[in-house]
Design a protein. Structure first.
Ligand code: NAI
Length: 447
């Protein structure tokens, strides 16, 4: 009899297993593919490995602007080696998770779980019993009903975020459907690797709900690198060599479908639990509990924030609850990052989202060229840092960064928002000098 059975070994599942095992609970973790889930095997980590190569390529290509020459020849990306390195990185991290499970005495079973009831799960012929169940089955790509799409997918002409990370050859022309995070990150890598890239996005801006000013800057920087964008454009059909949209078509050697993901809730007996499903996701409360006592759902499957770091924290909160500790999930400060070059990082409200919630705001934007380190390390001058505050209470409610180190700097902004810090408190912080993070200090000084 286990204290906790977890279905799904991605960030939500393995974090819960680690924390619960650490606390002395007897844990069973069931995974059908590989520990680490989509994030580690075919998402966050492999894509960051590719993007790092693209970043190095960028540095090499523009080395002369910094007085660094590589003997006259243009740098090149050896895609095969990049993929080989990516596989090694993934292997190393997956074995790290496996070692962690062993260290925390978590029983790991590989196979497809079938839920019989909230205390019973089968894997093949084996039956496992537990006093608590956690569903952490993640998400799968959305496949819309577009003419010719199913055939394109079956022939490998259309691929998803999984296959794009394992392409053997760089496609001559890559057409990306969906200008969200996956689309942009892959457009960025393949453009550096030599593809002509076209991104088709049905909204008026790329990067979804991102601050509009930053999304515009990002698009301009991609365009400078040769990536082509078709905005306000909806794909209507796929043929054997083209993507058709209202008013035109674009040829391609490969098409990446990246129009979002949906919770994975089918085919493993979830119906036997009678859970409340809302908009295709398992409904949970602020500690990750479903409508059934002792059944938790964390990560993408609850449809709240489809981000690994949200899953990590949801897993911790759920385990705290199991241990009788008081803890709740706060979604006010979940950062989002696009790891292209330059990086984009964002947390909290945009002016638009604050307005929709009836919050009166004041904001300030400072150019990153105010940072000595930014100027020393960049020839670009378009980086910005935007800070948004609640006008009445003067606490920080949103920070949006476009420029180098954005992904690392954003953590300090998350803390400011989560702790509801007021401008006057943040103004008293000492930031290391010279860093790009000082731009937050510069911004709050102006509020
Ligand atoms: P997404 O939701 O970020 O973006 C999908 C985009 O496709 C949207 O902009 C949408 O307007 C557009 N779209 C939808 N239907 C379309 C159509 N028929 N024609 C043209 N455009 C259309 O989804 P994405 O990029 O697939 O990412 C999936 C999930 O993975 C997201 O939840 C994302 O946050 C997560 N992720 C996060 C990363 C990160 O944090 N750096 C990296 C990669 C993925």
């Amino acid at each position: 009899m286990f204290d906790l059975i977890i279905i799904g070994g991605g960030p939500g599942g393995y974090m819960a297993a680690e924390r619960a095992g650490h606390a002395g609970l007897k844990v069973l973790l069931i995974e059908k593919r590989a520990l680490g889930g989509v994030c580690l095997n075919e998402g966050c980590i492999p894509s960051k490995t590719l993007l790092h190569s693209a970043k190095l390529y960028d540095y090499a290509a523009h080395g002369n602007e910094y007085g660094v020459y590589s003997g006259g020849s243009r740098p090149e990306i050896d895609h095969k080696l990049v993929i080989e390195r990516k596989n090694k990185v993934v292997e190393k991290l997956v074995s790290g998770v496996s070692a962690l499970m062993k260290a925390k005495k978590v029983t790991v079973v590989y196979g497809e779980a079938q839920i019989i009831d909230s205390g019973t799960v089968k894997v093949g012929d084996e039956v496992y019993n537990g006093s608590r169940l956690m569903i952490a089955t993640g998400s799968v790509p959305v496949i819309p009903p577009i003419d010719g799409l199913a055939e394109g997918l079956s022939k490998g002409f259309v691929i998803t975020s999984r296959e794009i990370l394992d392409l053997e050859k760089v496609p001559k022309h890559l057409t990306v459907i969906g200008g969200g995070v996956v689309g942009l990150e892959m457009a960025s890598y393949y453009s550096a690797a030599g593809s002509k890239v076209t991104v088709i996005e049905m909204l008026h801006q790329i990067a979804g709900a991102m601050d509009t000013e930053i999304s515009d800057l990002l698009m301009k920087s991609y365009e400078k690198k040769g990536i082509e964008f078709l905005l306000d454009t909806k794909v209507t059909a796929i043929t054997k060599d083209s993507v058709i949209y209202d008013g035109g078509s674009v040829k391609a050697n490969k098409v990446l479908l990246s129009i979002g993901r949906k919770p994975f809730i089918e085919g493993f007996g979830l119906e036997n639990l009678d859970l409340v499903i809302k908009n295709g996701a398992i409904e949970t409360d602020s500690i990750g509990l479903t409508n059934r006592p002792n059944v938790y759902a964390v990560g993408d499957v609850n449809g709240r924030y489809m981000l690994a770091h949200a899953a990590y924290r949801e897993a911790e909160v759920a385990v705290s609850h199991m241990l009788g500790e008081s803890d709740t999930m706060c979604y006010d400060a979940v950062p989002s990052v696009i790891y292209t070059s330059p990086e984009v990082a964002s947390v909290g409200e945009t002016e638009k989202s604050a307005k929709a919630r009836g919050i009166d705001t004041t904001s300030v934007t400072v150019p990153m060229v105010y940072s000595g380190r930014y100027v020393a390390e960049n020839t670009a001058t378009d980086g910005i840092c935007k800070v948004i505050i609640n006008k009445e209470h003067r606490n920080i409610i949103g920070v949006h960064l476009y420029g180098s180190y954005a992904s690392e700097i954003i953590t300090s902004a998350c803390m400011m928002i989560e702790m509801q810090m007021r401008v006057e408190e943040v103004q008293k912080f000492i930031f290391p000098h010279p860093t790009v993070s000082e731009m937050i200090r510069e911004a709050v000084f102006r509020l």
